[in-house]
Design a protein around this ligand. Structure first.
Ligand SMILES: Cc1ncc(COP(=O)(O)O)c(C=O)c1O
Length: 389
């Protein structure tokens, strides 16, 4: 039995998505910009998917710009707005310290071009404090970018409140909703944002497909220049099969979100409770509420997270030490570090992220295997300590 508990890295396709992608690849090969029948078939499929994605986030279809995923959407949001706002004299960007690298490294790149940047601190809850945002956003701030849900610990940020603070200073508000879209209700109007990023492969759609929602009236420079695709906002022939797949995944997410959320949260809580109860020296990182239903991040005292990850993999269980991008390096998680966790906890934490195909048997298998593995690794650490002492 193989167990996949790494849904925040990427998720398997929902039922029906692969067939839709395959059919679109075969049958909708026309270029959506072509005026003939083949082009119009492809265009109709794009329009249908645009409506599905818009419905998922409470938006108008015309405000949805298709991209090649979350990273491009984040880059487009920040670079596209920054380039426009530069002319107004604003030269300051604000983001939380626990953003995904797609946001953090975009800020770094703009800092090299003269932008002032401020990272918002978080405390051990992993939630940005609106009071701190109020202090740090100034009349010079162009964009405030705070993620809706964090990819490593799952905490949900008070975006509606932060949007009000940003707007009071005349700044635009962007949220990276890559980890919340499809998992919890996301409504662009209720969040009060101007820009919202999403990515299909995090809600059981295909990889390399996403969208940036741009509130009507928001002036943006395109990231990719070329043809007039996407209302002049994102040049390049559209990835029709990928976008069709995203549309199918979006409709399924809307239909199943409430039930799925309850089911997956039940499994996540069952796993979390079993680990905390049966393994001494364990703790959940970050606030347990508000949190997306599928994620838990747990530290295991006196265990090297990488070793536990490998031991679990040998048992057929896939989890993560944090964001997929930083695994493979021994860099401690910037999220846990920003939360002020001591070094041993930033090095000994694992992320378990569940989803659509997770089952109770899988939860019980992971919960059953973990105590023995942790005990074994702690024993090895003790022996190594004894030898080196
Ligand atoms: C919060 C967040 N933002 C952005 C991304 C990047 O999305 P994509 O993989 O679609 O480029 C990810 C993916 O890990 C993410 O978790």
């Amino acid at each position: 039995m193989r167990v996949y508990f790494d849904y925040n890295a990427t998720s398997p396709l929902a039922l029906g998505v692969a067939d839709a992608v395959s059919a679109a690849t075969r049958d909708l090969f026309g270029n959506a910009s072509s005026v003939h029948y083949f082009g119009q078939q492809a265009k109709a499929a794009l329009d249908d998917a645009r409506s599905a994605v818009a419905a998922l986030i409470g938006a108008e279809p015309s405000e949805v710009v298709f991209t090649a995923g979350g990273t491009e959407s984040d880059n487009f949001a920040i670079r596209g707005a920054a380039e426009t706002l530069e002319q107004s004299g604003r030269r300051h960007l604000v983001a939380s310290a626990i953003e995904h690298e797609a946001v953090l490294n975009t800020l770094k790149a703009l800092a090299r071009r003269g932008w002032r940047t401020t990272l918002l601190p978080v405390d051990q809850t992993g939630i940005v404090s609106p009071e701190r945002v109020r202090e740090l956003v100034t009349d010079d701030t162009a964009i405030v970018s705070v993620m809706h849900a964090n990819n490593e610990i799952g905490t949900i940020q008070p975006i509606a409140e932060l949007s009000e603070i940003a707007h009071a200073r005349g700044a635009l508000m962007h949220t990276d909703a890559v980890q919340s879209t499809g998992k919890i209700p996301v409504d662009v109007r209720a969040l009060g944002v101007d820009l919202l990023s999403l990515s299909a492969h995090k809600f059981n759609g295909p990889k390399g497909t996403g969208a940036l929602w741009i509130k009507r009236g928001t002036r943006m420079q395109p990231l990719l220049t070329g043809g007039k695709h996407e209302r002049n906002r994102r040049a390049g022939t559209e990835n029709v099969p990928g976008i069709v797949g995203m549309g199918v995944a979006a409709r399924l997410a809307v239909a199943k979100m409430a039930d799925e959320g309850r089911r997956v949260a039940g499994f996540r809580d069952r796993l979390e409770d079993a680990i905390l109860r049966n393994i001494p020296g364990t703790a959940v990182n970050g606030a347990r509420q508000p949190r997306v239903p599928n994620t838990t991040n747990i530290s295991f005292d006196r265990v090297e997270a990488e070793s536990l990850l490998i031991a679990l993999d040998l048992e057929g269980i896939a989890v993560s030490t944090g964001s997929a991008c930083s695994s493979g390096t021994l860099e401690p998680s910037h999220v846990l570090r920003a939360m002020g966790l001591p070094p041993h906890r930033t090095q000994n934490s694992l992320r378990f992220s569940l989803g659509m195909f997770s089952t109770e048997e899988e939860v019980d298998r992971v919960a059953g295997v973990l105590p023995g593995l942790v005990e074994k690794l702690r024993g090895l650490t003790r022996k190594a300590g004894a030898v080196s002492a």
